[in-house]
Design a protein around this ligand. Sequence first.
Ligand SMILES: [Zn+2]
Length: 330
Amino acid sequence: MSTIDTVRGPVALDALGQTLVHEHVVFIDSEFARFYPELAWGGERSAVVDKVVGRLQEVVDRGIGTILDCTALLHGRDMDFLKEVNDRVDLNIIASTGIYTFDHLPHHVASPSRFTNSADDILTRMFLRDLTVGIADSGIRAQSIKVAVDKQGFTPNIERVFRAAGRASAETGAPITVHTHPADHQAARALELLAGEGADVGTVVIGHSGDTTDVDYLRSIIAAGAVVGSDRFGLYLLPETASEQERIDILATLAAEGHADRVVLSHDAVLYSDWSEPGSLDGVEALKTWVPTRISDVVIPALVERGVRQTDIDAMLVGAPASLFTNIAA
Ligand SMILES: [Zn+2]
């Protein structure tokens, strides 16, 4: 039986169950948290742990078995936090490596002494360390790579990041989740860069694709062999993004065309983040839908209502997510 690593240890690929492929348990910058803990946590860290446990329990109560945590370097990972939370919630949490940047690279990565090509790139070495040895001293191996391209497009730094991710994926079989700005149709170039280093495009999720209403663009991602991430359910604040109803209609269309096995679902919810003043987003009306139970509570019933078959819903929530890990599973 092939298994993958999770925060709690190995889990059989066919036991992942309903899987949300793009969530974030915590964003916490380690230097910020070390020097300004009261600002980073907004009080007691243990209170944040309690709050996040409560939110994840709601996800578990809906029947979700697994989340892929797409938190990478520069979002700020905290493996101790993940372990503490997971000790109290019966959920598989899969950790990620990668780097979240739209162009800027920190000095310890940017220096020309740190790379000459993708094979010796320090980014490749960092990703491989997380994937093969484990993240820091946690003993938890990352099982997925997160990279990003946004409105700035494929700058030289971003091309370098993608090549490093492609190389690390080729060596380990790790799937890759790409944050994209879908209005700019970046999937083809992203896949070209990743495949150019040997990555299997069949395990690449073109993330945030659910934000667009351009179904032909989504069909092009599937035709290229990659996976469409309709992974921001509940977050409808960003400019020029599809409404919930439009996203649901598109899922029904893709399912009717036989593509449910190439579509994955998630919320991109962030359960705690040091990016904003603690508590400042609580009660914001437009964010009330942005909860990691939105798919279970609203989207799935709406798909059923639309006549989408249970086998197609299972494909999007169970089969397609598990298929991302077929190359890395041991
Ligand atoms: Zn994200």
